[in-house]
Design a protein around this ligand. Structure first.
Ligand SMILES: [Mg+2]
Length: 298
């Protein structure tokens, strides 16, 4: 298989659904070219997905890997309240992946992307020791309206979308709906799009509620008191809901007076506590909540 042929195939997959007008040049040239939309700020994020860390070849199909790699970055766009625009995908493969496997990865990725209007606009291909997928996503928000981690205010209510602990539970059981959630997370893009009017601050739950909430509190210079019932996924434990990673739900805070509906874009939204002025202190039902979520460098 020659690289030029492979790139032509990837270009076909990327262009299957046509280009939006603002993307002047997509896959195939040295760079992608886009014209930013008026009165919008661009937001960027990139995420690694690494064999043995985020997926394994025995448990995840190529399409699963493509889906999950993009979902991780889309979840970051959702947390900023952004509309997804385009992604660049840099893929390193080891010696064992054939052309069909590579195509399947891009198809899994673009199938998820099509649901949220994000276009594969370029990237890179290389051989490596292990499979590594680096997905850079660009989105945009109304000017000045990007939803930051730093905007929480004491007295805000704290909300999460969906259910917690499913991905951690799935990692243990390797079957059922929670395993599916672990392999193919659902980025809350549609919820995020509606949050930049409603919320003061948001973060996506990639590394676990306890750790990600701590990060948001640190950026905002606030504390948090969790009291209410957590929306725990079916079969998951309280520990998995508090500390399990990779749920990719959104956590956001909003002023008490703002009317946060029980569902946004069809996804349940649950109030789980409130923001306090005790800087850096996070408690759950009266006890200090240690940030035991997943920390890559601990
Ligand atoms: Mg994030």
């Amino acid at each position: 298989m020659r690289e030029t042929e492979l790139i032509r195939k990837i270009r076909d997959i990327a262009n299957q659904r046509g280009h939006p007008r603002w993307l002047r040049v997509g896959v195939g040239d040295d760079c992608a070219v886009m014209t930013p939309r008026r009165n919008r700020d661009l937001v960027f994020t990139s995420d690694y997905s690494i064999e043995g860390r985020h997926f394994t070849l025995t448990t995840h199909s190529a399409a699963d890997i493509g889906h999950k790699a993009l979902a991780r970055s889309l979840s970051d766009l959702a947390a900023m309240g952004a509309d997804p625009l385009f992604c660049l995908v840099s893929l390193a493969i080891s010696a064992n992946q054939n052309e069909a496997w590579i195509e399947s990865l891009y198809k899994g990725l673009t199938r998820l992307g099509a649901r949220f209007g994000i276009v594969l606009a370029g990237g890179d291909l290389a051989k490596g020791e292990r499979i590594t997928v680096d997905v850079m996503c660009c989105g945009d928000v109304p000017r000045g309206r990007a939803l930051l981690r730093s905007g929480s205010q004491p007295g805000d209510d704290i909300f999460v979308t969906g259910e917690l602990g499913a991905a951690a539970h799935g990692l243990v059981t390797k079957r059922g709906e929670s395993w599916n959630r672990q392999k193919r997370p659902e980025p809350r893009v549609e919820v995020g799009r509606k949050l930049h009017r409603l919320a003061h601050a948001a973060i996506d739950l990639s590394d676990g509620l306890s750790l990600d909430l701590r990060r948001l509190c640190e950026e905002s210079g606030v504390g948090a008191r969790l009291g209410g019932e957590l929306p725990i996924a079916k079969g998951a434990t309280l520990e998995q809901a508090l500390h399990g990673g990779e749920d990719y739900e959104l956590l956001f805070t909003a002023a008490k007076r703002s009317r946060v509906p029980p569902q946004i874009a069809g996804i349940a939204v649950t109030r789980i506590g409130e923001v306090t002025n005790e800087v850096g202190k996070v408690s759950f039902k009266g006890r200090l909540l240690e940030p035991l979520g997943f920390d890559h460098f601990r």
